[in-house]
Design a protein around this ligand. Structure first.
Ligand code: HEM
Length: 536
């Protein structure tokens, strides 16, 4: 361990070095020259033209002109908060990760909650998945758990992510709709990429209109690995469980809020923390032994599948408390750079093909979003433990490397930081044995697209089913292309005949034959009523 001293306040203390307080100070230019006047540009005569030599005007305007950076390509709208994480009991048996060993240690965290599809200025309460990204500033370096509030994903291979996102973002010819799945391209993608069925069911459920960031579950989605001191590995999935319970809006509330208070979720989080009503989330893990990798009727590497909690119980291992609002949204929420590839010893990857692609994408996008390769130096991203290597220069470099020698190995200056052994905390990748031919293929074990979508539908109560039918009718009802609507109806007849029938009746599509033949039981009066409804 490089730094024994990490505690709940370590990050706050580090950020203190960067905080700026202007009170009682004289106004200066960025060169430190005091400014005598800040309301009038320098002119040739009080009614004359502005002079080029007005360095104060030029500097002030230039800085303003450059205030914006690109928003995130997805998850553009977000809001963050600080806090700490504490493990309940040592997880030594399962992982060597230091921040999961000692219940007396409070590891500082920064969390960013987000919507996925809308732009930075879009409304909070739209129907969408929510991002739930946590940066743990551990004594062994930063660990990022970059999750969502839905436990599965739309696609199975990262190479399809640009296609997925192009289908749900506003359509390129007219940039509509701003933040909604209610349009042709999204549903066309869905119908042509049926592995999306399970996540679409979640997206049409009330999970996609959470009541509050404080009342959302979080999921790492992918299968990761825990590796213990003895080198034994287990497959693991991560869960956040809100102490307040999981709650949703109803769609009518969500729609009204989008107009009346587009900041509803960030305001709720901000105000709860300001009032000392600190949001809390318990961390849970599901673990599967190496030997049981093939013991399930789904592939545990497939990110469109969850591990049913009845089969693999969630072990609650610790709690996160969010107890401090950020000082500055740009410096914290916007400049934060999360990455599922930021791991610490004891946490490793699986071969989930979606996760593998994510490991490339995040740093790549941040290189442009945050202006070059030095964004790890930004206050919010700096680890609280020391970091040393031979990297230097580049846009926005803050560190001043000293001396002529910056390479490994050197004997000239002997300032070359040396790699740490495993015992000294060096990260050693789990030595999984892999073999195979280089192929562009998806394993047959990923081909079941509907079983878990069905399981999800069957787990819903009547009222939850009713909400889902209404959501499908609203979203698919906005699709202009009749053929796309029909494909969607046909696709969801593979999940449930009644569901497909209800979507068809709602949007004016043909009820699939399978649905016609099925024995549909309308057990609730609300559903019977809906059965006769024509359109949303
Ligand atoms: C943000 C890529 C799947 C959760 C992002 C960003 C990219 C990206 C490029 C913007 C990052 C930035 O500008 O800092 C991908 C790719 C995926 C994928 C290529 C699949 C191949 C997922 C999945 C999850 C997820 C499955 C959930 C488990 C998030 C979250 C953020 C994000 C929470 C926002 C992070 C923040 O608050 O800054 N993703 N993503 N992504 N992604 Fe993914």
């Amino acid at each position: 361990p490089q730094n024994k001293g990490v505690n709940e306040h370590s990050k706050d203390k580090q950020l203190d070095e960067f905080r700026l307080d202007n009170s009682g100070k004289k106004l200066t230019t960025n060169q430190g020259v005091k400014v005598s006047e800040d309301e009038h540009s320098l002119k040739a005569g009080s009614r004359g033209p502005t002079l080029m030599e007005d360095f104060h005007f030029r500097e002030k305007m230039t800085h303003f002109d450059h205030e914006r950076i690109p928003e995130r390509v997805v998850h553009a709208r977000g809001f963050g908060a600080h806090g700490y994480f504490q493990v309940y009991e040592s997880m030594e048996e399962y992982t060597r990760a230091k921040f999961l060993q000692d219940p007396s240690v409070k590891t500082p965290v920064f969390v960013r909650f987000s919507t996925v599809a809308g732009s930075r200025g879009s409304a909070d309460s739209v129907r969408d998945a929510r991002g739930f990204a946590t940066k743990f500033y551990t004594e062994e370096g930063n660990y990022d758990l970059v999750g969502n509030n839905i436990p599965v994903f739309f696609i199975q291979d990262a190479i399809k992510f640009p296609d997925l996102v192009h289908s749900f973002k506003p359509e390129p010819h007219n940039e509509m709709p701003q933040a909604s799945t209610a349009h042709d391209t999204f549903w066309d993608f869905a119908a042509n990429n049926t592995e999306s069925a399970h996540m679409i069911m979640w997206t049409m459920s009330d999970r996609a209109i959470p009541r509050s960031f404080r009342m959302m579950e979080g999921f790492g989605v992918h299968t990761f690995r825990f590796v213990n001191e003895q080198g034994k590995s287990r497959f693991v999935k991560f869960h956040w469980k809100p102490v307040l319970g999981t709650h949703s809006l109803v769609f009518d509330e969500a729609q009204k809020l989008a107009g009346k208070d587009p900041d509803f979720h960030r305001r709720d989080l901000w105000e709860a923390i300001e009032m000392g009503d600190y949001p809390e989330f318990e961390l849970g893990v599901q673990m599967i032994d190496e030997e049981d990798e093939f013991s399930f009727d789904f592939d545990i590497l497939d990110p469109t599948k969850l591990w049913p909690e009845e089969m693999v119980p969630v072990k609650i291992i610790g709690k996160m408390t969010l107890n401090r609002n950020q000082d500055n949204v740009f410096a914290e929420t916007e400049q934060a750079a999360f990455h599922p590839g930021h791991v610490v010893p004891g946490i490793d990857f699986s071969n989930d093909p979606l996760l593998q692609g994510r490991l490339f994408s995040y740093t790549d996008t941040q290189l442009i979003r945050l202006g070059g390769p030095n964004f790890h130096e930004l206050p919010i991203n700096r680890p609280v433990c020391p970091f040393h290597n031979n990297q230097y220069d580049g846009y926005n470099r803050m560190t001043i490397n000293t001396g002529p020698v910056a390479y490994h190995k050197n004997s000239l200056q002997n300032n070359d930081p040396s790699p740490a052994t495993e015992e000294e905390g060096g990260y050693v990748h789990f030595q999984e044995k892999v073999e195979g031919r280089k192929v562009r293929q998806r394993s047959d074990s990923f081909k079941d697209h509907y079983s878990q979508a069905k399981m999800f539908w069957n787990s819903m109560s009547e009222v939850e089913k009713q909400h889902m039918i209404e959501a499908f009718r609203f979203e698919v009802g906005k699709v202009q292309n009749k053929d796309v609507q029909q494909q969607v109806v046909d696709m969801f007849s593979n999940v449930d005949a009644f569901l497909a029938e209800q979507i068809a009746l709602g949007v004016g599509a043909k009820v699939p034959d399978a649905a016609n033949e099925s024995q549909v039981t309308l057990s609730s009066p609300a559903l019977s009523q809906m059965n006769t409804a024509k359109s949303p």
